[in-house]
Design a protein around this ligand. Structure first.
Ligand code: HEC
Length: 144
């Protein structure tokens, strides 16, 4: 899993933060602003459905849906990369190998061209990390 080093880095960062922070004072303005800066809402599959509107020009997601400019995405989470029947993938994507777990999808959707240089997915990427998280939850929900 590629997630482990990220989590570790996160944990180290948090540990570092804790050390440099002044003693807890719940009335300080810093504490208040840190609380309001937290994401207001947890990403959900329902939010991901909205984000997926950016994808429908090229992708269907219903079971047995037709391939369009891009492959049908039903059940893509957990599926081998570049493996949907009847779709002609770029050699760039075929060369990636592996499977579409959440970590790979997150990296691909952030910047398809960076993840698989030469991919035919002509899409700039979903910049917002919580939009990507919601989108992946939606894709996962469509696998059932
Ligand atoms: C302009 C058309 C276009 C748009 C918009 C687009 N895609 Fe794609 N997508 C493609 C094409 C074409 C491929 C095949 C890429 C290749 O072979 O290199 C692809 C491949 C994929 C794959 C890999 C599928 C597999 O079977 O390996 C995923 C996952 C994916 N797209 C998700 C998305 C999502 C999610 C969005 C919206 C945020 C999106 N795409 C937007 C055209 C598009």
């Amino acid at each position: 899993m590629r997630l482990a080093p990220v989590l570790l880095a996160g944990a180290l960062l948090l540990a570092g933060c804790g050390k440099s922070e002044p003693p807890a004072d719940t009335s300080s303005p810093e504490t208040a602003s840190a609380e309001t800066a937290a994401p207001a809402v947890e990403p959900t599959a329902a939010m991901g459905e909205q984000v997926f509107k950016r994808c429908v020009a090229c992708h269907t997601i219903d079971k047995g849906g037709a391939n369009g400019i891009g492959p049908n995405l039903h059940g893509v989470v957990g599926r081998a990369v570049a493996a949907h029947e009847g779709f002609s993938y770029s050699s760039a994507l075929k060369a990636k190998g592996g499977a579409w777990d959440a970590a790979n999808l997150d990296r691909f959707l952030e910047s398809p061209m960076k993840y698989a240089p030469g991919t035919r997915m002509a899409f700039a990427g979903v910049i917002d990390a919580s939009d990507r998280k919601a989108l992946i939850l939606y894709l996962e929900a469509q696998s059932k």
